[in-house]
Design a protein around this ligand. Structure first.
Ligand SMILES: Nc1ncnc2c1ncn2[C@@H]1O[C@H](COP(=O)(O)OP(=O)(O)OP(=O)(O)O)[C@@H](O)[C@H]1O
Ligand SMILES: [Mg+2]
Length: 258
């Protein structure tokens, strides 16, 4: 399973094999994910869709090595995450992964600029300040760099979280509802930025979203229902995503600004 290849002979960058997540909840065991098998290939953009509570955030956390499954295996960029301890998983995350949380998780005592600089400083990257300023500019936040998270709106915090996730040029970017708190215009700007990263840095995108527009921009999508992957023939969102894809393909591409 760890060497799954696609029709182009590419090796999967993320694989999950028989992944399950069960949590003891009071007297019973609650199954949050059940027998998930998937492979995602380098440079792909994949949306994870499904109704609230279907297990999307839980799955993203397992694929990124934030959490460990009750059963099954996960590989990320040639490492079997499920064979590593917390320190080992943290090392893989720091080197290979950017993560935008549904709840942002910015450090409250740091300014927007300092939040974005932090991963760069941890990596002892040269020009951390300049790189962070450039990313904040790209997310439209040049005028808010010295604000702390509680002095920013929800959408502004989300954009800081996105700039931080981009900072170390990750091979895989996981984002949980990256456009969930944004107005249409800002949401489109963030979507363009995500796909620019996908194209320019060949980063793999794994995006949890309720946004049909975003799902349609991705190469493909995975639908969850009650903790299981919905077989392609039974998908609820298929019609909506397919018709949006047709419209997107007919529209001229947005200007990339370069
Ligand atoms: N620590 C926990 N203890 C008990 N139940 C949990 C725990 N974490 C998640 N759950 C339950 O597991 C299910 C899946 O949660 P998850 O956060 O993955 O859903 P989601 O698909 O991301 O939903 P949303 O779209 O609302 O963000 C939910 O029913 C949630 O209540
Ligand atoms: Mg969620």
């Amino acid at each position: 399973m760890d060497n799954v290849s696609n029709e182009h002979g590419q090796k999967a960058i993320i694989s999950a094999e028989r992944l399950s997540m069960t949590i003891a909840y009071g007297a019973e065991n609650l199954t949050i994910l059940n027998d998930i098998n998937l492979s995602i290939f380098p440079g792909e953009s994949v949306a994870i869709v499904g109704s609230s509570g279907s297990g999307k955030t839980t799955l993203l956390g397992l694929l990124a090595g934030m959490d460990v499954p009750s059963q099954g295996k996960v590989w990320l960029a040639d490492e079997e995450l499920t064979a590593l301890d917390e320190d080992g998983r943290a090392r893989v995350r720091a080197r290979k992964v950017g993560f935008v949380f549904q709840s942002f998780q910015l450090l409250p005592s740091l300014s927007a600029l300092e939040n974005v600089m932090l991963p760069l400083e941890l990596k002892q990257s040269a020009n951390a300040r300049e790189k962070a300023l450039e990313l904040l500019d790209k997310t439209g936040l040049s005028h808010r760099i010295n604000h702390r998270p509680m002095q920013l709106s929800g959408g502004e915090q989300q954009r800081v979280a996105i700039a931080r996730a981009f900072a170390c040029e990750p091979r895989v970017l996981f984002a949980d509802e990256p456009t969930g708190n944004l107005d249409t215009h800002t949401g489109e700007m963030i979507i363009d930025l995500l796909f620019a990263l996908n194209k320019e840095q060949k980063a793999t995108l794994v995006l949890v979203t309720h946004d049909i527009e975003l799902a349609a921009r991705c190469d493909r999508y995975i639908e969850l229902s009650a903790g299981e992957i919905v077989p392609e023939a039974q998908r609820h969102h298929a019609q909506q995503v397919a018709s949006r894809k047709t419209i997107l393909q007919a529209e001229p591409l947005p200007a990339t600004g370069d």
